[in-house]
Design a protein around this ligand. Sequence first.
Ligand code: F6P
Length: 548
Amino acid sequence: MTDMQVAAALAALEAHRVEIGHRRIVDLFEADPTRARRFRAELDDLALDYSKHRINDDTLAHLLALARAADLEGKRDALFSGAPVNLTEGRAAMHMALRDLSGEPILVNGENVRPAVEAERAKMLAFAEAVRAGDLRGATGERFTDVVNIGIGGSDLGPAMAARALSPFSGEGPRAHFVSNVDGADLADTLAGLDLARTLFIVSSKTFTTQETMTNAASARARVAAALGEAAVGDHFAAVSTKLDLVARFGIRPDRVFGFWDWVGGRYSIWSSIGLALAIFIGRDNFMAFLRGGHDVDRHFAQTPLQDNIPALMGLLGVYYRNAWDYGAHAVIPYDQRLARFPAYLQQLDMESNGKGVTRDGEPVRMATAPVIWGEPGTNGQHAFFQMLHQGTSVVPVDFLVAAQPVDADAHHHNLLFANCLAQSEALMRGRTRAQVETQLRAQNLSEHEIARLGPHKVFGGDRPSSTILYRRLDPRTLGRLVALYEHKVFVQAAIWNINPFDQWGVELGKELCNALAPVVADASASLDGLEPATASLIEARRRLAAG
Ligand code: F6P
């Protein structure tokens, strides 16, 4: 692989884009009626339909050539080998080890980590089951009815997203709550309805230094000590971290501390002990099914030829729109209410991983990288921002996610949900021409003057691309597959752009500035000399308002 080969493959793709840009997706369907069947990839009962894209066989050939030029397969093999692919931190990125249920050795930096992974998971799941069964109780002897995970970013979004997605699988387990924001309203609102005597807190932080998490944990600890006595704290706290020495200093009992490893990135850590709150909520068997789903995708990604490889196709289509079409955003719209937090989860996964401006070698990256990832569940989004998707001046490719059957909802509701999902992707693709609009308005007996006036407002340009991911139902294994598919999609794009998706230096500067500002903000008499003028002016304004 050379930069020149990648540049040549990209140039060929761009030239092809100009050519295919003259053809509408509906025309591509007309030219090839088998398209819906051919542009489809499957993994058991999950399918990616990518027929509603501005692509034909030549496009795919160009994208596969780009993947080869960027040595996607070589980079993928290096990832799975457990080599330190996170170059700036000198670490492997082996979150796949946490869900590898094959029984085979798993090498990370040449060491078989399977025994350690399995031992930690067994300890974590035994704790989860003991809490669910009521064998582990609070200081007053009462069962835990509520579990509060205190964490942020990857130590929050994964378990919070998954607990919501899998709520029908919780059975008799405790309720799960998630506190992340340093805004005290988050903790206060969460604790408002809870009985501390029946509440277990889990402090989740890879580094155990994150300001928000440590602040919330200290406040929660103080609340427990005030309500139940200092001696009760040990019975009401557990922790998940890679920094066991720092956890010990916080005062959490060693048998309630669950570890993981620095080769698990924060946004890839849901599969580790960071999933403890989720495991308590859904139980051991469901948690294992979730891991199994992730592992199934790992095998698919590692072994399937790229033209049938779902994460490879998702990633390459994203590169196509980002780099050949210059589209700056990508929407993920689950027609599955319980996936309400999935877009937020993907925002961290995708934008923290691929929001990079330099290559793995530290050179400025020559291609645009991560698009803005956003979304909300359908059908709600239809009544909010879909106007922009259909008629706005920016084209936003969409991933629609939908189940063939509901987990426990009414069939009538689900039929309507499903029909809405299909209707939206079809409307985005087909659009509505001026001639069609005029015919419709004439049928309503409008005057020619009114037809001319309203016509332009009612035209839909169409040709707006989307994928549909269809799965049987949103169960633990399917959720595991969805998460892992997007993880590998992000990896594929990083491989093409030749960036490191496993570090996140861009979060550092704000943290450092905040640490410096916090004492000045807290002390109303502190000097503002030397601060940025805009910052000083806002602190002054806040002081005036706070004093009033
Ligand atoms: O600030 C970004 C980040 O480092 C994320 O990558 C991470 O998931 C989050 O903060 C939380 O970090 P920790 O688990 O160490 O508290």
